[in-house]
Design a binder for this molecule. Structure first.
Ligand code: PYC
Length: 311
């Protein structure tokens, strides 16, 4: 079996797009597509993402038929741990990939995702602006006691995935501290679950964000984001930036249309702003992506790792 793919990175975070021949996608509901993929085709996810064909930071975008009338396509994003609700960096990578494949022109396009329809504007250069799903802060100043790192307080917010945004993190956000920040945020994630701290309707919180001083005054803040699966986001995390924008708006620290420049751990950034709908905000996140590779993944029947290394 062979799988054609295009790889890109969005502000440092990789996306691998498979745009044809994805099995099990439903033409009536993206949630049903996710169920089919999970139950019957999960070895496709592991083949695309795990070694030796991928690596654990990879996010894959699986493209299929649209389910809403004016959408370009449906997309399911997945990573080393499973399936994501939404992925903004992946949408930016997908937009640039579809242009590379000659399938779209600059302009406005819509995509169906498991958590709702989003749109993106592909600009003339490497920039893409994503209009994400409605986002909101669910709870504020929620305390969690960790096993090895003491107690923390944070916001729980929805930005297309569920986030715990740590408040008052005092240490520097710097690449040299990635191992420490990974250990801390993994401890927080496990402790949230152990202490039954959830998003709405007992949804599992699967991302943790730390914020600190940016590297220069062109940015408003720098973040470190732990993703499900234990990897950190190399970009500022678009769904995480959406969750942050919702919290800032709820605190009265960001007005409609005001730009928030969120720096990543690598020093790249997303520009974000919101429109308010009352209870929710509509986040807009702008970032850049570049194509890094294209090719064919080959799976040979007698290869013990044809579905990737999983343990
Ligand atoms: O950009 O939304 C995002 C994202 C989610 C997980 C990794 N990146």
């Amino acid at each position: 079996m062979s799988i054609r793919y295009v790889d890109s990175h969005t502000e440092g975070e990789p996306t691998r797009v498979m745009w044809e021949g994805v099995p099990g996608l439903s033409s009536s509901s993206v949630s049903e597509s996710v169920r089919q993929l999970k139950e019957h085709h999960d070895d496709l996810r592991t083949a695309l993402i795990q070694e030796p064909r991928g690596y654990s930071a990879m996010v894959a975008a699986l493209l299929g038929p649209p389910v809403s009338p004016d959408a370009l396509a449906q997309v399911v994003f997945c990573n080393n741990a499973g399936y994501l609700g939404m992925c903004v960096h992946g949408t930016i990578g997908l937009a640039v990939t579809l242009r590379h494949l000659g399938r779209i022109e600059p302009g406005l396009h819509r995509l169906d995702t498991p958590v709702g329809t989003v749109s993106f504007e592909l600009h003339q250069d490497h920039r893409v602006t994503v209009q994400n799903v409605p986002s909101y802060r669910f709870q504020t100043r929620v305390a969690v006691d960790t096993k090895d790192h003491g107690a923390f307080v944070g916001d729980i917010a929805w930005g297309g995935n569920w986030f715990y945004l740590v408040q008052d993190y005092a240490s520097p956000i710097h690449p040299s501290r990635i191992p420490e920040m990974t250990a801390l945020t993994k401890d927080i994630l496990a402790s949230l679950e152990a202490q039954s701290i959830f998003g709405k309707d007992e949804a599992k919180i699967d991302h943790v964000e730390l914020f600190g001083k940016p590297s220069s005054d062109q940015f408003d803040s720098r973040n470190y984001v732990l993703c499900p699966g234990g990897e950190y986001d190399r970009s500022p995390c678009g769904t995480g930036t959406s969750a942050k924008l919702a919290c800032l708006f709820a605190d009265g620290a960001l007005k409609q249309g005001e730009v928030w420049n969120q720096e990543s751990i690598l020093g790249t950034s997303f520009r974000g702003w919101v429109e308010s709908t009352g209870d929710h905000v509509i986040p807009f996140v702008q970032g850049r992506a570049w194509i890094t590779a294209e090719g064919t993944l080959v799976q040979t029947p007698d290869d013990p790792f044809r579905h990737g290394v999983t343990f």
